[in-house]
Design a protein around this ligand. Structure first.
Ligand code: TXA
Ligand code: MG
Length: 309
């Protein structure tokens, strides 16, 4: 295994991918663990390094929305969402074409496709000129990385190279929307919000985060080591924090008036709390609208199960 290295050299990262390597890749949401979709051995290594079950399929990242229809079958809704939000923090789950390898989708008849809105990622994708799988570059069950340093501290020498594109602007994973035969369903909330999607398509949609159809959506999927307690406002947070401090537990209160900032710093705050030996995170839930839904969803998952260290 090669030494783990951090670089900002896109050409170097492209050549590592083309030689069958795996690379930490920046995106606007979170860092991904990239491999060429058509390289079976490299994709197998991604599952292995993450410790992720093979039954959890991977998102294919593309350099441009123009490439979507080579990999997936897009209905009208999917086309309109792609036109409105790609590049951007949106993943379309659509029926796959024969180009999509079985080892990416775990044999499913659908594929998840996304065009990240990050100049470094787009240059990398253009340069390899094919689809790149990239699950979040964390060990399975841990919070996603939002800096190159997070990737190094999670994956160390197991990754060939980390391409540093700076801290992620969005901070939570992309919105996953399933589009097939005129039906739409949100499988994971993100920065492209339910309101955005409704406004673009002028339709009703079923919100279905947590559905088994997106098998990565386990309840305990975004957990720090600290215990996470959820509260609805700042005064409740003070009371709960006081209580746990009185019990001798190191406590950290998470709250942001600006919900975009909340999303951006969510995972790095959780990581920092773990590093600082915090025992209890008291998290104020943001309002359930816009990207607030994504933050609430990740916080609820972080609080749901703390047993997956
Ligand atoms: O923002 C993001 O989407 C990041 C960055 C790196 O692009 N990637 C990411 O990938 O979050 P990952 O693998 O951690 O989450 C992808 C989710 C998983 O829950 C997976 O099960 C689901 O998408 N998924 C992918 N392909 C699927 C398919 N064909 N059917 C159902 N679910 C699928
Ligand atoms: Mg993930």
């Amino acid at each position: 295994m090669t030494q783990s290295r951090v670089t900002d050299d896109v050409n170097l990262a492209a050549s590592v991918l083309q030689n069958g390597g795996i690379v930490g890749m920046p995106t606007e949401t979170v860092y991904g663990l990239a491999a060429l979709a058509n390289n079976k051995t490299a994709v197998a290594r991604v599952f292995e390094v993450k410790g992720r079950p093979r039954s959890h399929p991977l998102i294919i990242h593309l350099a441009s929305a123009d490439e979507l229809e080579r990999w997936g079958v897009l209905d009208d809704n999917a086309r309109r969402l792609a036109a409105a939000f790609m590049p951007g923090p949106l993943t379309l789950l659509v029926p796959r074409t024969p180009l999509v390898p079985d080892w990416v989708t775990g044999g499913r008849d659908t594929v998840a496709l996304r065009v990240p809105d990050h100049s470094v990622a787009l240059r990398l994708l253009e340069s390899v000129a094919t689809g790149v799988v990239a699950p979040s570059a964390n060990k399975f069950g841990r919070v996603s990385p939002t800096t190159a340093q997070h990737v190094v501290s999670d994956l160390g020498d197991d990754v060939d190279l980390v391409l540093d594109g700076g801290p992620c602007r969005v901070g939570v994973e992309s919105t996953i929307v399933e589009c097939a035969q005129g039906e739409i369903r949100i499988l994971r909330h993100g920065a492209v919000s339910e309101e955005d999607i409704i406004a673009t398509l002028s339709v009703r949609i079923e919100s279905d985060s947590g559905d088994s159809r997106a098998p990565g959506m386990l309840k305990s999927h975004y957990a720090p080591r600290a215990r996470v307690l959820l509260v609805e406002n700042a005064s409740e947070a003070r009371a709960v924090a006081q209580h746990s401090e009185d019990a001798g537990e190191k406590t950290f209160v998470m709250n942001h008036a600006d919900v975009r900032e909340y999303a951006e710093s969510l995972y790095s705050d959780m990581r920092r709390a773990d590093q600082n030996g915090v025992a209890v995170i008291v998290a104020v839930m943001p309002p359930e609208q816009g990207i607030g839904r994504a933050v609430r969803d990740r916080l609820a998952k972080a609080a749901a199960d703390q047993s997956n260290d």
